[in-house]
Design a protein around this ligand. Structure first.
Ligand code: HEC
Ligand code: HEC
Ligand code: HEC
Ligand code: HEC
Ligand code: HEC
Length: 347
């Protein structure tokens, strides 16, 4: 890191000490992610106002710094929010996900949940709507590992593309961005989020800074899922059939679209709304995947009241955080404890 960068970063960190606010467990609902500087409420409106804005082009509360610039050494700044995940053309055809612009790992690298479950429903590898999330959260793939960089001609030398399904990114290809647009990315360093709960080396990963030990910088350690999914809620697991539902352990989704998805249509409009839990059918029947419980663009906690802040952790249904029990929760509407879990489980 050169001197100017260091000075700039530490000027930023000085500010952090004043604002502070991360919790001991590292989870901080008060993300500063906010692409509308004049509206000080983060986590409202759209994906640009969430931690899924990888450009981080927003201002800190009351500050004037462009947060993203601090991170230019660690990821390409493509200058657009959607690009890190989607592309309008030339998407990854090897994964059944909407216009997917990222390299993804083959499902075989993941170790599925292996404990006995109540109904012992068939457990398989993560499906497409989990592989999308894992392409960042497993900590093996660079945050900026896309197939298409934005803008026509913005693929400077137009050679050596990223192979669609290669988890290991073509670094020469990613480096072309920094060469063409100096100051918006680092030659040679394309950081991953970091390893599973920080079990191994974290330098040169995002967690190298985001680990709660450097001043009060948000810790990302809890969000690093790794490739070992044995300690995570099962994904790629077949939802109970009618017999399982009758046995009284599970609720039945009231809309089923074979070959596509099933969902709990709580408002009866026959659409899978953002705040309705869904199960995905990628050929084996309805399965639980990451996007069953989470929407990566954020879901207003007050349902149709879009002025409310998003449910924490991108959850489709707020699982009990809110009601202003501490100041980080202001304007988050809770659905009550375990509301998400009880959508599927009857307990
Ligand atoms: C050199 C240290 C450093 C590294 C490495 C780093 N960051 Fe940051 N990050 C910062 C600073 C400083 C901030 C501003 C803190 C704030 O907004 O409170 C920040 C803020 C963020 C935020 C906003 C957090 C919030 O809730 O407001 C996100 C998201 C983020 N970084 C993602 C990343 C990603 C992804 C990587 C890896 C590609 C990364 N960072 C690597 C220093 C770093
Ligand atoms: C961090 C990754 C990420 C970012 C950033 C992102 N998306 Fe998505 N998007 C996804 C994933 C994953 C899905 C698939 C969700 C599913 O299958 O339910 C998706 C689905 C969609 C869909 C299909 C409809 C739906 O919601 O299921 C649209 C449209 C979409 N995204 C638009 C956008 C736009 C526009 C932006 C930028 C403003 C954006 N996304 C930014 C990850 C992202
Ligand atoms: C382009 C990379 C990328 C993709 C794809 C992605 N994420 Fe993230 N996600 C991040 C980064 C970076 C952060 C901010 C650092 C952190 O909190 O771990 C984050 C944060 C989160 C958080 C914590 C949010 C908070 O405010 O505390 C959740 C939950 C999450 N992601 C879930 C998902 C799910 C589910 C998917 C797939 C539907 C997904 N992510 C896809 C990069 C990604
Ligand atoms: C059955 C529902 C469900 C599924 C499936 C699920 N999650 Fe979550 N996830 C949650 C809940 C609930 C939380 C909030 C936990 C908390 O507040 O401590 C969460 C939190 C997270 C967080 C934030 C870290 C944390 O501990 O708060 C990340 C990142 C995340 N999930 C990613 C994923 C990814 C990636 C997948 C797929 C491999 C996935 N989730 C599958 C329910 C789910
Ligand atoms: C989208 C539906 C869905 C949601 C939401 C959901 N689960 Fe599950 N869960 C399942 C399915 C399906 C299984 C596997 C059932 C089986 O094989 O018996 C499972 C398995 C489990 C297991 C493994 C043990 C067992 O008896 O099966 C636990 C524990 C669990 N879920 C807890 C939770 C918690 C806690 C939440 C809320 C954070 C939650 N689940 C949300 C569908 C869901």
């Amino acid at each position: 890191m050169d001197i100017t960068k260091t000075t700039k970063l530490f000027a930023g960190l000085g500010m952090l000490i004043l604002t502070g606010g991360a919790f001991a467990d590292g989870w901080d609902p008060k993300s500063n992610a906010n692409s509308k500087p004049r509206d000080p409420i983060a986590n409202t409106g759209g994906v640009g106002d969430t931690r899924h804005n990888m450009t981080m082009n927003y201002l800190r509360y009351g500050g004037s710094n462009d947060v993203g610039a601090d991170m230019d050494e660690y990821r390409n700044d493509y200058g657009a929010v959607c690009v890190y995940c989607h592309t309008p053309h030339g998407a990854n055809t090897q994964i059944d996900a909407p216009l997917w612009n990222r390299t993804v790992a083959p499902d075989s690298v993941y170790e599925p949940y292996d404990r006995p479950t109540t109904l012992m429903r068939p457990m398989s590898v993560p499906g497409p709507t989990s592989l999308t999330c894992l392409s960042c959260h497993d900590g093996t793939i660079a945050i900026d590992s896309v197939l298409n960089m934005p803008g026509s001609g913005r693929n400077p030398m137009n050679n050596s593309q990223n192979a669609s399904r290669a988890a290991a990114s073509n670094m020469d290809f990613l480096n072309q961005w920094a060469i063409a647009y100096p100051g918006t990315g680092a030659s040679g360093k394309h950081a991953t989020l970091g390893p599973d709960l920080g079990n191994s080396e974290i330098s040169d990963t995002c967690a190298g800074c985001h680990n709660n030990s450097i001043f009060e910088l948000e810790s990302f350690r809890a969000f690093m899922i790794g490739t070992d999914l044995r300690n995570d809620h099962p994904v790629g697991v077949l939802y109970p059939d009618a017999a399982g539902v009758e046995a009284g352990f599970f609720n039945e989704p009231n809309v089923k679209l074979p070959g596509n998805m099933a969902f709990f249509d709580t408002n009866g409009n026959n659409r899978a709304d953002l705040d309705e839990v869904r199960l995905y059918d990628s050929g084996e029947g309805y399965e639980v995947e990451c996007a069953s419980c989470h929407d990566p663009h954020g879901v207003p906690s007050g349902g149709s009241d879009t002025n409310t802040r998003f449910s924490p952790s991108f959850l489709r249904i707020n699982n009990g955080i809110g009601d202003e029990s501490h100041d980080g929760n202001i304007n988050i509407v809770s659905n009550g404890p375990s509301a998400l879990c009880l959508t599927c489980h009857t307990k």
